[in-house]
Design a protein around this ligand. Structure first.
Ligand code: NA7
Length: 542
């Protein structure tokens, strides 16, 4: 019960029960704060609850795609593969939920419809789809960056006589494609994971590709007991490397320029990275994401690998990317993706050459005719970063909607707070490194910063915190400068820029200045009394 009409029911409401929401709840509990997590799904996991498509697997390696906050957890959990599959990550998050007794403060099947800040009480009123209203001092969004599915608006989709699914909303009971004619739209990380697995079951698979993509072999395999023991014994060093890294991964980017290396040596380095597999390929040289000529050496190496693997030269040429450099869009990793095109029942359709015109009951009609299908899979990505935050109505001080405040693109301070929206914290929000890093690492850094901040506010008798407009503007400029110092904004169709969603403002959203640098900035801001945030002491009631 509220003490009086200005005391909210809860210290915090957290939206989302994925990696971020679970750890946030744990930290709030540790502070002795009352908190509730609202989760639209029927279970924990976020991304790993929804993305159950064939082949769904993490591109980070299991030993570091996990929480670092508990050494006991690190030691007791056993990963089975180099890259964990979706069910294994979901199992891990269920284990964390139970181990830390989090479930009792999570309300499942609870969608947030709106959240409105009230200046008189300095609190948020959060309304759920069922009509419940919760009043809390702090609203913390843990909604993920890639949770609002992007289903292309192709005419005739509702007439399709077969089944269609987006990979991010895959049916829990699975989809039986054995002996069926399957089409898949999209060749990003998701499509590249799904294609070989769908091809194994389907009678015929048609891949509709808009943009050819680079991909590095994952070289997945079971984790041996020795490997597992070595990681467990080395966690202190592993975490230290992650903390000091550009991308939150436990590898260090080479300090050598690709352009200084003699061609044979460069080739040998790429070859070794290719054989080792995984996202670490991009750490081969320091300037792959900073210098177009350096990038071209990696891009060309990878184009040659595609030509080498794919038997049919015409298909190979369609699969070779020319319109963007390696890793300027999120680089996928794969298990036999390009090899799949050597199977006689797999066909590649370049929809730039022969565009999709409409969907008809029998399948997909491109400018060259109808591709008959029983199943259509959309691996077409997400309305990234801003989509999840704008999927419910957030109204700040003075009645401003976040949707209006972000009409020209997202703005925020450190990706953590938004001016005009007091007492709101956005875990991995736009302007934070998030999607350019190993997500659990970024999430833990944000959650720890927010929890420490809340502890500080309580100690000082503060009950209102808001990002200052100047600090926000300067941070926004810095985010754009950091992006401009890389090749990332040059990939015109990248979802980092919002370019994959028609009508979305083109603003480079994640912070490309590096995880370690970002962490140092956040720490300095906190040490400086939360510089750039306006803190207001609780009003004395008379
Ligand atoms: P991505 O990386 O956004 O990839 C989506 C793919 O779908 C990409 O190839 C798009 O082509 C394609 N796409 C999107 N809309 C269309 C339409 N209308 N027609 C044809 N093709 C289309 O999403 P993913 O799910 O693969 O990966 C998201 C992240 O999840 C990933 O980066 C990891 O962090 C995990 P485009 O390139 O835009 O031409």
């Amino acid at each position: 019960m509220a003490e009086d009409d200005t005391t909210p029911d809860l210290d915090a409401v957290v939206v989302g029960a994925g990696f971020a929401g679970l750890y946030m709840l744990h930290r709030l509990r540790g502070l002795g704060m009352s908190a509730l997590v609202l989760e639209r799904a029927g279970g924990v996991g976020g991304t790993w609850y929804w993305n159950r498509y064939p082949g769904a697997r993490c591109d980070s390696e299991s030993y570091y795609y996990c929480y670092a906050f508990s050494q006991e957890l690190e030691q007791e959990w056993e990963w089975t593969e180099r890259y964990p599959r979706q069910p294994e990550i979901k199992r891990y998050l269920d284990h964390v939920t139970d181990r830390f007794d989090l479930r009792r403060d999570i309300r499942f099947d609870t969608s947030v419809e709106s959240a409105r800040y009230d200046e008189d009480t300095r609190s948020w009123s959060v309304t759920t789809a069922a009509g419940d209203v919760l009043r809390c001092r702090y609203l913390i969004t843990a909604v993920g960056c890639l949770s609002a599915a992007n289903v292309p608006d192709i005419p005739g989709l509702d007439t399709f006589a077969g089944q269609w699914h987006h990979t991010g909303q895959w049916p829990h009971e699975g989809v039986d494609v054995r002996g069926a004619r399957v089409g898949i739209v999209g060749t990003g990380s998701t499509g590249i994971q799904a294609v070989p697995v769908l091809a194994a079951d389907a009678a015929h698979l048609t891949v509709f590709q808009r943009t050819a993509n680079y991909s590095i072999p994952a070289r997945n395999g079971p984790l041996s007991a020795e490997e597992s023991a070595t990681y467990k014994a080395s966690y202190d060093e592993i975490r230290a490397v992650q903390a000091g890294s550009t991308n939150g991964h436990p590898f260090v980017v080479s300090d050598e320029s690709a352009l200084d290396a003699a061609p044979e040596r460069r080739e040998a380095i790429y070859r070794q990275a290719w054989e080792r597999g995984g996202l670490r390929f991009r750490a081969s040289f320091r300037d792959l994401l900073a210098d177009a000529d350096a990038n071209e050496t990696a891009s060309e190496f990878l184009r040659d690998r595609i030509r080498e693997v794919v038997d049919d030269p015409e298909t190979a040429e369609k699969l070779v990317p020319h319109d963007h450099g390696f890793a300027t869009k999120r680089p996928p990793i794969d298990t036999h993706y390009f090899e799949t095109y050597n199977q006689p029942h797999v066909r590649l359709v370049d929809v730039k050459a022969t565009p999709i015109e409409e969907i008809v009951p029998a399948g997909v009609r491109t400018s060259e005719g109808v591709h008959e299908l029983d199943h259509l899979v959309f691996a077409t990505g997400f309305d990234a970063m801003t989509g999840p935050l704008l999927s419910f109505e957030i109204t700040g001080a003075g009645g401003t909607a976040l949707r209006e405040a972000w009409a020209a693109g997202p703005r925020g301070y450190l990706g953590l707070g938004v001016s005009g929206f007091p007492n709101l914290f956005t875990i991995t929000g736009p302007g934070s490194p998030s999607v350019l890093t190993n997500m659990p690492t970024s999430i833990e850094q944000h959650v720890d910063w927010i929890a420490d901040c809340l502890g500080h506010l309580r100690e000082r008798g503060v009950d209102r915190i808001e990002a200052e407009p100047d600090a926000e503007r300067e941070w926004g400029e810095h985010v754009q400068e950091a992006a401009e110092a890389t090749l990332l904004p040059r990939a015109a169709s990248s979802w980092y820029l919002g370019a994959n969603v028609p009508g979305k403002p083109r603003v480079f959203m994640p912070y490309a200045g590096g995880f370690a640098r970002y962490t140092r900035t956040c720490t300095a801001v906190a040490e400086d009394g939360y510089r750039g945030f306006a803190l207001e002491p609780a009003r004395t009631r008379v």
